[in-house]
Structure formats: structure tokens, C-alpha cells
Design a protein around this ligand. Structure first.
Ligand SMILES: C[S@@+](CC[C@H](N)C(=O)[O-])C[C@H]1O[C@@H](n2cnc3c(N)ncnc32)[C@H](O)[C@@H]1O
Length: 364
């Protein structure tokens, strides 16, 4: 899921989450317990606001941060604080009556200027937060909020590898779905890629095809060709339907296959592509197959072929998505690829801030 907005208010123990997935955009009001979990995950922001983390603060020194509104799509953040530091400062959640009895209450004025009435939430003063600087402090809150909206379900243990991916698609286990191309990849592919006539592009683990469709629009304009491969029939069908709807079916060829196969002919034949694009495919496959994955990407590319990837480099336990460090991926790529450009994007979706690695490499 892609978090669009998160509004948290400790005074009322309320949190509202708006997020998107393949089904569309949903807005959910979390219950008090879920709100508390999100507030705990947002503790780095509260620590920063209350001066426990050395960084310049736009929250006045004697104020207590009790609310925030983050709009991750528009990259804005508003901080709501009560005007005087109260005993609740730093606590993830005040008990429901505490803001009214805190020293902050005596000072608080509602927006109309009158003092807050008993039982009425303490009035807030709002200030703009610097989204670019503070986004990393909100990552875990965003991730927690998404998990509250769409809890991760366990899947049957007896499923085969490919059946498992299809099961995830069919039973709402596709928590990775952003319903769009991730911003760093959309930016990079739109500004740093100029396909030319006759070129062949492959998108591996294409999922619902956001990157494949973006590339196919560009390819169609110049006479290039795109192949999207995925092991899950539901994903393949979704991309095929989207390609047909956008009149891209002649440019975008969608293949249901295990990308590890090594046939002599067809879409997985050696040296078939000028460019391969990946997003969240490396992190999806079994870690024990990572070298095999890199070797297969190198095999599928023509000599000197280009590999553009946005890797999800997290350190959470379990998976998929399985964690990996930039150093690990770099080490595995080193034998077959030269990295021409790399960045830790500043425009990742909020729940993956500082955990993505964008590369543009070529095959040795
Ligand atoms: C985490 S999802 C990412 C999907 C898409 N790239 C995106 O970012 O939305 C991983 C995708 O890889 C596919 N996949 C996993 N193992 C595969 C394999 N061996 N061959 C082909 N596709 C595979 C899954 O079905 C799934 O669609």
C-alpha cells in the first residue's frame, strides 16, 4: 500500500489514514489501540520535536507536540502543538483526560481566542514541518499505519513457490502494491532514459505492470519493445488488460513465467535485451538465489546492456520482501555489472524512506 496521508492527534487518541492499493484509495479511522501503535512508531518525531534528538526544531522549545498531519503525496507536514510544555511531553499518548488538566490547558486558546472549555480538546497551534528533513522520522509510523489498515495475513504453508505468489495476489497479500510506479523510478525512467527504435526492454517480477506500462508508453513512441515477466497469473492478466486498454498491446508483451528459466529461445533466451528494469524483485526472491538472479539478469542482457533497478534495502526480519543492504547487493552485482549511477532517493514513498537504492548499471 502507498500511504497518502496520516493524521494523528494524541489528544483525542485518533488517527486517520488514507492509502492506496490495487483496489483504490481508502480512508480508515484507527481505533485507540491502533492509534497508540502508530504514535509509538512516530516516537522519533516526538523525540525530535522535544529536543531529545539534536536537530534544529521548528516546534517552539516550550511547546508539546501532540498532533501531526503528513501528506506524503504532496510532501507536506504540519505539526500541531500545545503552547506550553506539559507533563505529557514525550509520552506516546496522554491518558484521555490529561491534556485538559495539564499546564498546557491553562494557556491554551481555541482558534477563536477563547479559553478551552472543560472536556474540549486543548487548542493547537500549527506550524509547517520540513517534510524533506523529517520524513525519515515518520517512516515507521507510516509503515505501522499501513499495517493497521491492511494487516499481513499468513498464507498456507503447503503452497508451491509460484502458487504462493498467486495466493498473495488473490487474497490481499500484496502489501508491496503502490498502485503507481515508485516516485524515484518514475523520475529516473522519465528523465534519464531515451529508448530508441528496435530496442528490447524487459521488466522482471513486473507485478501489476506500473513500470512496464510506463516504459511501453515511451517505447511505443519510438518503436521499441517491452516484455513484462511475472510468475503470478493474476499479475500477468492485470498487465495484459491494462496494455490492451491503453492500446499498448503491440508494444508490451506480457509473459507468465519463472524468470529463472533458461530456454534457448523465446523471451528468456540469452542476450535478448538492451535494458532490464527491476523494482522489488530482488527482495522478493529467496535470498539463497540472489547470485543466480544476478547471473540471469546478466545472461538476458546483450553485452553492455543496461540494468536499472530500485532495490528495497530494509533490515526487517522475515520476508518476502527479504532484507538486504546496499553493500550486499553491490557485492553481488560486482562480478557482472559496472554501476554508472547510484543514489539513495530523497523522493521514496514515506514507508520506504532511506531504504531504497536506485542504480543504473551496465553489463561488463
Ligand atoms: C514484491 S512484488 C513486486 C511487483 C512489482 N515489481 C511492483 O513493484 O509492484 C514481486 C513480484 O515478483 C514476482 N515473482 C516472484 N518470483 C518470481 C519469479 N521467480 N519469476 C517471475 N516473477 C516472480 C511476483 O509474482 C511479484 O509479482
Amino acid at each position: 500500500m502507498d500511504l497518502h496521508t496520516l493524521v494523528l492527534d494524541l489528544r483525542s487518541r485518533s488517527a486517520r489514514v488514507t492509502a492506496a492499493d490495487a483496489q483504490g484509495v481508502v480512508t480508515v479511522d484507527l481505533d485507540a489501540a491502533a492509534c497508540e501503535r502508530v504514535a509509538q512508531a512516530a516516537q522519533p518525531l516526538f523525540d525530535w520535536a522535544h529536543g531529545r534528538v539534536p536537530a534544529s526544531s521548528r516546534t517552539p522549545r516550550d511547546a508539546t507536540l501532540v498532533a501531526f498531519e503528513v501528506d506524503a503525496l504532496n510532501r507536506t507536514l504540519r505539526l500541531g502543538y500545545i503552547a506550553e510544555r506539559s507533563p505529557i511531553s514525550g509520552a506516546p499518548l496522554p491518558s484521555s483526560g490529561s491534556p485538559q488538566t495539564s499546564p498546557g490547558t491553562a494557556m491554551a486558546q481555541s482558534q477563536s481566542g477563547r479559553p478551552s472549555q472543560p472536556g474540549e480538546p486543548t487548542a493547537l497551534t500549527w506550524t509547517e514541518g520540513d517534510y524533506g528533513t523529517l520524513q525519515v522520522l515518520l517512516r515507521e509510523a507510516a509503515r505501522t499505519a499501513l499495517r493497521e489498515v491492511r494487516p499481513r495475513k499468513s498464507e498456507p504453508a503447503e503452497l508451491s513457490y509460484d502458487a504462493r505468489w498467486e495466493y498473495l495476489y488473490q487474497h490481499g497479500g500484496d502489501g508491496w502494491e503502490l498502485a503507481r510506479t515508485p516516485p524515484p523510478l518514475a523520475r529516473y525512467l522519465s528523465t534519464q532514459l531515451a529508448l530508441s527504435r528496435g530496442q528490447h526492454v524487459l521488466v522482471v517480477g513486473a507485478g501489476r505492470g506500473h513500470e512496464a506500462l510506463l516504459l511501453a508508453r515511451q517505447a511505443q513512441a519510438v518503436g521499441a519493445h517491452v516484455v513484462a515477466i511475472d510468475i503470478a497469473p493474476t499479475a500477468v492478466k492485470t498487465v495484459q488488460e491494462a496494455a490492451t486498454q491503453e492500446r499498448l498491446a503491440e508494444t508490451l508483451h506480457v509473459v507468465e513465467s519463472d524468470l529463472f528459466l533458461r530456454p534457448e529461445t523465446g523471451p528468456l533466451a540469452a542476450a535478448s535485451y538492451d535494458l532490464i528494469v527491476e523494482h522489488c524483485c530482488f527482495c522478493a526472491i529467496e535470498p539463497s538465489r540472489r547470485d543466480e538472479y544476478v547471473a540471469q539478469i546478466a545472461r538476458l542482457l546483450r553485452p553492455g546492456g543496461r540494468f536499472i533497478g530500485l532495490f528495497y534495502c530494509h533490515s526487517y526480519p522475515g520476508g518476502p520482501p527479504f532484507g538486504a543492504s546496499i553493500d550486499e547487493i553491490k557485492g553481488r552485482l560486482g562480478k557482472d555489472f559496472v554501476i554508472d549511477y547510484e543514489e539513495v532517493p530523497a523522493d521514496s514513498v514515506l514507508s520506504r524512506v532511506a531504504q531504497e537504492w536506485l542504480i543504473d548499471a551496465h553489463c561488463r
